[in-house]
Write a protein that binds this ligand. Structure first.
Ligand code: EPU
Length: 387
């Protein structure tokens, strides 16, 4: 494995900001990954795993350690499970993988690299290498008529990064489709297969994020449906299909098909979110805050239109984009080469020449304004790398 030194990281991220990585390597299989971690350990250096670079902000001084670019990829390998165990539908997507022993993930297809597909009745288990491009993977699943990932179309990044922050959009969260994550546990240096429950998924969070650096994901297994139902409940998606009906381009009664939903998501995202080729950005810069009901009701009294969604624990998730836009009035607010995006206030965009320091300065100002206006302490969604 080739370990290089002093590699500029900015071009490997969608913010296109930040200094170099002191050491850098690409790993294409699990053995190389182990080698890379040992390299860092022997030199007492921190390591950082890089996927698509679309949810990170690298500091201007770069990263004083080893950057491991995840390159465990694949070709399509289809395999049918001969004797599928009986399936407990309720547990699917939320528990034990429906593999029979011996044919389970222990036989990693990604030693060869690959996307492996196994069919169990109406359920299809698809495993993908961590380095696969997320959008290509979603496209593959939709083309095969599999339901579950269509609302997560066009999200930048890689398969291996998807569980880390439990990517979500348009009423879907990837955690609903994951049955197993294979990862190197860097504490024990053993490969583990974590069930959905062990991944501890919640809104934009997982064990991979809250035990930062412990696990390195090499493969993700998804459970998708062959005859599922599309989810078009999210406001923007509903409105999109409403417009099609008004124009006579869609039926009022028939549910849209899988490929039509994917097309809708792609169009909505393209119209609302900045083009990563044009702007330096990492999408939503902050998380939507989850606040106690009393706090939400107090704000709602003052701002009756404030969108809020009750969570399982009784707290409310509030729409920060709305707060930034309608309360703080900072949609399109610019400071030098950094600004909130004119069509989505939660997204920070940068022009060439912007630094990480510039981004943090704007972020600090936004954080302060939200605190003063609403008493909410907002948190970054984008991950900080180096200083
Ligand atoms: N809105 C405003 N002003 C704005 C933008 C939005 O008032 O500038 C209001 C609108 O009423 C809109 C509502 O806020 O209907 C929600 O906006 P949006 O649908 O864009 O959702 P969001 O909560 O701001 C989240 C994710 C996005 C994801 C969208 C769509 C987080 C942190 N962000 O944004 O994810 O695409 O939902 O489901 O949860 C990302 O993580 O990088 C990302 C882009």
């Amino acid at each position: 494995m080739n370990i290089r030194e002093n590699i500029p990281l900015a071009p490997l991220t969608t913010f296109r900001i930040g200094g170099p990585g002191r050491f850098f390597c690409v790993v294409t299989n699990e053995a190389e990954l182990v080698e890379a971690v040992i390299f860092a350990r022997e030199r007492e250096l921190p390591f950082f795993v890089l996927g698509g670079g679309s949810n990170i902000l690298v500091g201007d001084e770069g990263f004083d350690g080893l950057v491991i670019k995840m390159g465990i990829m694949g070709v399509n390998i289809h395999k049918k499970i001969k004797n599928p165990p009986s399936l407990n539908l309720a547990s699917l997507g939320l528990g034990t993988p429906p593999f029979s022993k011996g044919e389970s993930a222990a036989k990693s297809p990604f030693e060869k690299g690959g996307v492996e597909q196994s069919e169990v009745g109406d359920f299809t288990i698809i495993a993908a290498g961590a380095g696969e491009i997320w959008e290509d993977f979603v496209s593959t699943t939709v083309n095969q008529g599999l339901y579950g990932l269509e609302n997560l179309s066009l999200i930048p990044g890689t398969v291996g990064a998807a569980p880390v922050q439990n990517i979500g959009a348009y009423g879907a969260e990837v955690s609903k489709t994951i049955i197993l994550v294979r990862a190197l546990d860097t504490e024990t240096m053993k490969f583990m297969e974590l069930t959905n429950e062990q991944c501890q998924f919640s809104y934009r969070d997982s064990v991979f994020k809250n035990q930062k650096g412990r696990y390195i994901i090499t493969r993700v297994d998804f459970n998708l449906l062959k005859s599922g139902e599309v989810n078009i409940d999210y406001k923007d998606v509903r409105e999109y299909f409403g417009r099609l009906v008004l124009r006579g381009e869609a039926s009022l009664v028939a549910r849209p098909r899988l490929a039509e939903v994917r097309k809708a998501i792609i169009e909505i995202r393209t119209s609302k979110l900045p083009d990563m080729k044009k702007w330096g950005t990492a999408g939503s810069f902050f998380k939507n805050p989850v606040i106690p009901a009393t706090h939400f009701l107090r704000l709602k009294g003052k701002y009756p239109d404030l969108p809020g969604f009750v969570q399982k624990d009784g707290k409310y998730k509030v729409t920060l984009a709305w707060i930034l836009d309608k309360i703080c009035n900072v949609k399109g607010f610019a400071k030098g080469k950094v600004a909130t995006y004119g069509r989505q206030a939660l997204v920070i965009v940068t022009e060439p020449g912007a630094t990480a320091k510039d981004v943090y300065e704007l972020a600090r100002e936004l954080t302060e304004r939200v605190r003063i206006a609403t008493d909410i302490e907002i948190q970054m969604e984008v991950e900080k790398v180096g200083v």
